[in-house]
Design a protein around this ligand. Structure first.
Ligand SMILES: [Zn+2]
Length: 253
């Protein structure tokens, strides 16, 4: 079987957490059976509540069909995701890393410096993930795929932020990310009516507060917010925290 044009990473970032976990369970329980390769596609019987005939295309993740209720209504179901995992892994076990899904941004709690090449990698990965958070131009029938793109971008950014160690450099990286997202929402034509990007940003602000409980010198990263042209109010608690810390430093506390 020829490997598909997508990876486990792609599957994970383009699939909601619940669906991904259920698909992993199906895959690990050996419920993907009678797998056959066709031209540009893979077919199988996936044992769900009943046996479903499932087809996925190998040129792009998320294309295919399934006999289950969701599949028949053009939603990406756990059976298609399970077969997509099989197409990549050919029945081999998934690693813990492959299964790890960061549903919300978290603080790694690790205090270590990044090497220059790790710094460059993180910056590049953030820029690549930002491309999924794109302006909305399309007609209404492309709304769902547009929302999927925003979700995938936020899922990618969630994984990146959650893997960052805690230090002033990474705190600044995260503050810059928030400023870029603010600009995209305000002036970049991103339509966040579903609140996907807004929710992600709130989660990231929570991560920054955790950063300063781990290493209070990270608060200096918030100086980047002063005198900036920022549209939304998300920065207010960060600036207040900076002011509070500056006050207590001045009072010698
Ligand atoms: Zn299905």
């Amino acid at each position: 079987m020829k490997p598909p044009h997508f990876t486990i990473e792609k599957i994970k970032f383009a699939t909601p957490a619940m669906t991904f976990h259920k698909a992993v369970d199906l895959y690990e329980a050996g419920k993907v059976t009678q797998v056959e390769a066709g031209p540009g596609l893979v077919l199988a019987i996936v044992q769900g509540r009943s046996p479903y005939r499932v087809i996925v295309e190998t040129r792009q993740f998320g294309l295919g069909n399934c006999e289950c209720y969701l599949g028949r209504h053009d939603y990406l179901c756990k059976h298609m995701v399970a077969l997509s995992i099989f197409a990549v892994k050919s029945g081999q076990p998934l690693t813990e890393e492959e299964k790890r899904y960061h549903a919300i941004p978290t603080c790694s709690g690790r205090c270590e410096e990044l090497t220059p090449s790790q710094r460059a990698d993180f910056k590049n990965s953030i820029t690549a993930a930002m491309r999924y958070i794109r302006p909305y131009h399309g007609p209404s029938r492309s709304w769902f795929s547009y929302q999927d793109s925003l979700s995938e971008g936020c899922n990618r950014l969630t994984a990146l932020v959650s893997e960052l160690p805690v230090n002033l450099f990474t705190a600044e990286l995260i503050v810059n990310l928030l400023i870029r997202l603010d600009r995209k929402l305000c002036k970049g034509g991103v339509d966040d009516s579903d609140g996907t990007v807004g929710n992600f940003m709130s989660g990231v602000i929570g991560v920054l507060f955790e950063f300063i409980t781990v290493d209070e010198s990270c608060v200096a990263a918030f100086k980047k917010l002063l005198g900036r042209d920022i549209c939304y109010e998300w920065y207010v608690p960060l600036v207040r925290e900076l002011e509070a810390q500056t006050r207590s430093a001045r009072n010698g506390l």
